[in-house]
Design a protein around this ligand. Structure first.
Ligand SMILES: Nc1ncnc2c1ncn2[C@@H]1O[C@H](COP(=O)(O)OP(=O)(O)O)[C@@H](O)[C@H]1O
Ligand code: SF4
Ligand SMILES: [Mg+2]
Length: 355
């Protein structure tokens, strides 16, 4: 793997649950993020996928230093940024920028697009001297495929896809090294999702960016990710290259998610096995013992309630050199091809790709 730019270890965010109005007493905790580890390589895209509420946005906010972790470390160029403050923190923040999920609410409706994109320069005037900002903003609009003349318009004059381009331009204003994109296309029409993803791919090459790309759907991240981590109830349950995750998943949760992804070819759709998960995701305030996925896992056995499965190469594959030998937090990991290899698109991707 490429040289790491971000190393996340043991990342935890617990929100206290309190009772009482005057004398607040902590009665528990929402374990929004409950021990997340991953590494992001230079120039790499790491996709993070999981159902709503599994802790993705909380991870994103901690990576961008918008929120302090309860425990754990986030090392950027070897330095733990969760311990920084003042000037050192400001310098790091410049290099790790966020693209938000909702392009309708993340742009201030009372500001012009030019002021929105140029706003980061107010906090980091060293990046662009005052006299140069107008030119830079116009350049950024051009870079994201918008007319530089739009700088004087307001967000409501743009479509969802265009607003997300504005959000991306703002994220790039300070020339960051890492962009954390929290479901950047979830709020957009399917027809514009691919355009925004293509734009992000082009910008990655142009500006040598490393991405953490968050989505709730496995089909969206395949196209852009080098590696993918699958989250469930505050933890990563399986992580690997796109080939390992999509074609050789070993965790029952990933297998279930993949089996639900739309498949364009009707024959393939019929031949594949659909894995339906029983019940709902448990509350992060009341996480099951042992394996947190056990209340919905069709493979669960007694051991699953007693022992927490570590995120590591499962014993079954430890001496394997094939693609199943990747980190998966399951006591009974087994490879399962959810979409058979014969059902691939002409360009070589499996038919789990949505566009
Ligand atoms: N500030 C907060 N206080 C209490 N609970 C929170 C807070 N922020 C998020 N949560 C809870 O943490 C869990 C994870 O939330 P989030 O990170 O937004 O998930 P995702 O982005 O995957 O949908 C959810 O159960 C959510 O309700
Ligand atoms: S450890 Fe048990 S409950 Fe958890 S995913 Fe594996 S088989 Fe299912
Ligand atoms: Mg979210």
């Amino acid at each position: 793997m490429a040289e790491p730019v971000l190393e996340v270890s043991g990342l935890v965010k617990h929100y206290p649950l309190t009772r009482g109005v005057l004398f607040k007493k902590q009665v528990g905790a929402v374990r929004a993020v409950d021990g997340v580890d991953f590494t992001l390589g230079r120039g790499e895209t790491l996709g993070i996928v999981g159902e709503s509420g599994c802790g993705k946005s909380t991870v994103a906010r901690m990576l961008c230093n918008l929120e302090r972790p309860t425990a754990g470390a986030i090392r950027y160029r070897g330095e733990d940024i969760t311990r920084l403050s003042g000037r050192a923190l400001k310098a790091v923040r410049r290099n790790i920028q966020m693209v938000f999920q909702d392009p309708y609410t993340s742009l201030n409706p009372r500001m012009t697009v030019g002021d929105i994109i140029g706003e980061p320069y107010e906090i980091h005037p060293e990046v662009a001297p005052k006299g140069d900002r107008r030119r830079r903003v116009r350049e950024l609009l051009d870079v994201v495929g918008l007319d530089p003349e739009y700088a004087n318009r307001y967000p409501h004059q743009f479509s969802g896809g265009q607003r997300q381009r504005i959000g991306i331009a703002r994220a790039l204003a300070l020339r960051p090294e890492i962009v954390v994109a929290d479901e950047p296309v979830s709020a957009l029409d399917v027809s514009v999702q691919a355009q925004v993803i293509n734009l992000m791919e082009r910008l990655q090459d142009e500006f040598e960016l490393s991405y953490v790309f968050i989505a709730h759907d496995l089909s969206i991240v395949r196209h852009i990710s080098d590696r993918v981590g699958v989250m469930y109830l505050g933890r990563i349950v399986e992580i690997g290259t796109d080939e390992q995750i999509y074609d050789h998943p070993t965790h029952p949760y990933t297998q279930a998610l993949l089996s639900a992804v739309p498949v364009p070819d009707p024959d393939a759709r019929e031949r594949r096995e659909r894995i339906l998960l029983p019940g709902d995701v448990p509350s992060p305030a009341d996480i099951p013992s042992g394996c947190r996925f056990r209340t919905r896992c069709w493979k669960a056995r007694e051991r699953c309630a007693l022992e927490v499965p570590p995120l590591a190469v499962p014993a079954e594959f430890r001496h394997d050199t094939g693609p199943a030998a990747h980190d998966s937090a399951c006591h009974f990991a087994a490879e399962l091809r959810v979409v058979p290899p014969g059902e691939r698109d002409a360009d070589g991707d499996s038919s789990t790709r949505a566009y």
